[in-house]
Ligand binder design. Sequence first.
Ligand SMILES: [Zn+2]
Length: 215
Amino acid sequence: MLADAIEILRRGYVVALTDGACPNHTEPSLGSYLENPRRFWTGWLYSHHLPSCPSEIDLDLTRLQELGLLREIITTSTDNRHHLSGSKDVIEINGNVERCVCNGCNRVLARADAKRTNPQSPNCRTCGGLLIPSHLRGENPRMIELALKAVSNCRSLLVVDVASPHVYPYSLFCLTAKRTGSHLIGLGSVSDRLIDLEIRAKSSKQALRTILSKL
Ligand SMILES: [Zn+2]
């Protein structure tokens, strides 16, 4: 099984789909923002988020990218940790706590840039629309589109630390990958009839470690 998985990985265009669960990261709601955008805005701009530490899984995914064996990482994580781990081509379908998006013109601004251009007001300098921290907006249609394009074109999809490929939004990407002929490789605890190949281990972390040790 492991040898099969490594052979599939070496065929190229591998995408990873990974969960965003982060027990220490609490999210405010869009409702609380809209109640008082200006107050919330300055709170967001000048808050000091405790940076989330990349997990061992995040670091191993980065390592796979560095080895040229992994392309996009699709994640529901919003806490910026994939960027902190050094990963490239991260598709954050639920946004990122370090970015905001204009609800008028869809302009995307990093929090650091927003501090400079909008230190007091959440109104977009281009169109006057409301700048909303991207992780509060929920799913980002552009990111969903990018993720669907990646899973439609990939040859294999690594399903990492996802509770069930049948639960939305993971189901959308798993089913699309299957429909377009990709192999689904489940790591660790992922076990499902959608999965073509399972790397059995106590956890996704252990399964990734085993793969990396054999490369
Ligand atoms: Zn705008």
